[in-house]
Design a protein around this ligand. Structure first.
Ligand code: SF4
Ligand code: SF4
Length: 374
């Protein structure tokens, strides 16, 4: 089905809003629409290995543009076990046909990690001549005949939960299996639908988007997307007001927030059509877009990031328990020396003012008093 110019612009306008890209895209979209690439829709094979289907379900939640528009107008989703009607040989035959008829023209979306122990037999999908076929074999073959590979979710991007120690299945990310093809990582547990749709549309119309050193599109995971720098609870962090339990007022650092070392744009984009996002809902960021997930960047999933001395400020021992300002080695790297200095100055000034005024028992003094009582 050829996409009409009018419809394409409607869909693309939604994409622009959704991916928060600059209006510089518009002229390119116009020319792309005029050119009408091939069949008008980009063929996609969406394969699941060791996956929970959460990424596929998140994709179905696409709102701007809606998943209907995406599936009818933008991509031709030839294979996806979650939504396709066909089963058995009929379904698996679609992949075999695509690898021949659409060789080099389709996008290969991988969801889930790929087991490599026991020759990959921890995960098999379908059969050939009565023998089970491993996900490992499928991924290698489908990737070899594709235009590009998109690894969706933390599992396909980094190994994710299936690769957590002791990793008996030898679970690996797609990047460790695929060779000779461009690979884009769209991590998240699950990834936001806009990240998946936006990336696929970008590949369709312009090719591989700009990627960071972890192969993530910078438009969704760039250095300017550090959660800690875009968090509406940051004022509490800077002034040392930390939630001690769920529902408390304050920064979620002590409840294990990984925002200081995690990159994504949901603090501005929001989930579920922009209704809410992780930290605003009171659940601390778990760093689901980062390679340390679910390990926790040196701490457990819901344990706070380790506190250490601030490099270059040897005389000031920053410790979250006694000072109320939370800084770890990785945290400092994430927020930068400028932000660290700003927080320290803010805290020092605030302490002085609070002592002088002798008003109430602020958090930081309360902690000191508790220590002195011991
Ligand atoms: S530590 Fe987490 S909750 Fe606190 S300001 Fe940073 S990102 Fe927000
Ligand atoms: S804010 Fe944290 S938990 Fe939420 S999507 Fe981003 S990285 Fe994942």
């Amino acid at each position: 089905m050829l996409i009409s110019r009018k419809k394409f612009l409607q869909v693309s306008a939604g994409s622009i809003a959704g991916v928060a890209l600059s209006s510089l895209w518009l002229p390119k979209l116009l020319s792309a629409a005029d050119a009408k690439n091939g069949k008008g829709r980009l063929p996609v094979i969406w394969f699941q290995a060791q996956a929970c289907s959460g990424c596929a379900v998140s994709f179905l939640d696409a709102a701007y543009p809606s998943v209907d528009d995406v599936l009818i107008e933008v991509i031709s989703l030839e294979f996806n076990p979650v939504i396709m009607g066909a089963t058995g040989d009929l379904a698996m035959g679609v992949i075999d046909r695509m690898m021949v008829e659409e060789k080099g023209k389709y996008i290969f979306v991988v969801e889930g990690s790929i087991p490599t122990e026991a020759d990959g037999f921890y995960c098999t999908v379908g059969e050939k001549e009565g023998n089970p076929v491993t996900a490992l074999e499928w991924v290698k073959n489908i990737a070899a005949n594709s235009m590009a590979v998109v690894a969706v979710g933390a599992c396909a991007s980094w190994g994710g939960i299936p690769s957590a120690p002791p990793n008996p299945t030898g679970a690996m990310p797609a990047s460790k299996i695929v060779t000779g093809k461009p690979i884009i990582n769209i991590p998240g547990c699950p990834p936001h639908p806009d990240w998946m749709v936006g990336t696929i549309v970008n590949v369709l119309k312009y090719g591989i988007p700009e990627l960071d050193k972890l192969n993530r599109p910078t438009m969704f995971y760039g250095t300017d997307k550090l959660i800690h720098d875009n968090c509406e609870l940051r004022q509490y962090f800077d002034t040392g007001t930390f939630a001690k339990d769920y529902g408390d007022k304050g920064c979620l650092y002590e409840l294990g927030c990984k925002g200081p070392v995690s990159h994504c744009d949901v603090s501005t984009r929001g989930w579920n059509g922009g209704v809410n996002w992780c930290n605003r809902s009171g659940g601390p960021c778990i760093g689901c877009t980062e390679p340390f997930f679910p390990g926790g960047a040196g701490s457990g999933l819901y344990e706070k990031l380790p506190a250490v001395e601030v490099p270059g400020l040897e005389k000031i021992n920053i410790n979250a328990n006694t000072v109320g300002v939370a800084l770890g080695g990785v945290v400092v790297a994430g927020i930068g020396a400028h932000a660290a200095a700003r927080m320290i100055a803010t805290k020092y000034r605030q302490n002085k003012e609070e002592k002088n005024r002798d008003k109430g028992t602020p958090y930081i003094l309360k902690e000191k008093e508790e220590e002195e009582d011991k």
